[in-house]
Write a protein that binds this ligand. Structure first.
Ligand code: DQA
Length: 148
């Protein structure tokens, strides 16, 4: 019932970063939300954020080795990192890709995700609520592994 919530580059700047696009919640608010929801759902949730791709790759390898489910916001790496996608492909537990903004309603380059083809599912455009929904899905999925 371990879930690693992993956030990519610039997400540590939430709250001050383009609030019209990403909302006013800070990364600390997002951590608090995920920890609270995780506790309510009986999940062992840890939330981490990095601007360094090698560090993210290490966390994904760790999740793969632990058989942990992952909620991943790959941020800008979504659109171009083959390395992040390849690390995601090694995961054995469900992977939910989350974006705060509706990437399909923005610039054309954001409509391409290298991660989506190897994700279990994708949530975008619902702000921090997307993380709550991802954790809720995983809680159901991890207690009833026979259902899709
Ligand atoms: C994002 C969308 C990406 O296109 C962007 O590069 C981000 C954040 C989101 O959460 O909406 O950094 O992943």
């Amino acid at each position: 019932r371990r879930v690693d919530v992993l956030n990519g580059p610039n997400l540590g700047r939430l709250g001050v970063r383009e609030p019209d696009v990403y909302g006013t919640a800070t990364h600390a608010d997002l951590v608090a939300l995920c920890e609270r929801v995780g506790a309510e759902l009986g999940l062992a949730v840890t939330v981490r954020q990095t601007d360094a791709e090698y560090e993210m790759l290490g966390w994904l390898h760790e999740a793969a080795d632990a058989g942990a489910a992952v909620v991943l916001n790959p941020a800008a790496w979504t659109h171009y990192s083959v390395a992040v996608r390849d690390a995601c492909a090694m995961l054995t537990a469900p992977l939910v890709e989350v974006h705060l903004s509706n990437v399909h309603a923005r610039e054309e380059f954001r409509r391409t995700s290298l991660v989506s083809p190897v994700a279990t599912g994708v949530i975008c455009g619902l702000g921090v609520e997307g993380y709550r929904l991802a954790l809720t899905y995983l809680a159901g999925r991890l207690t009833a592994p026979q259902t899709p």
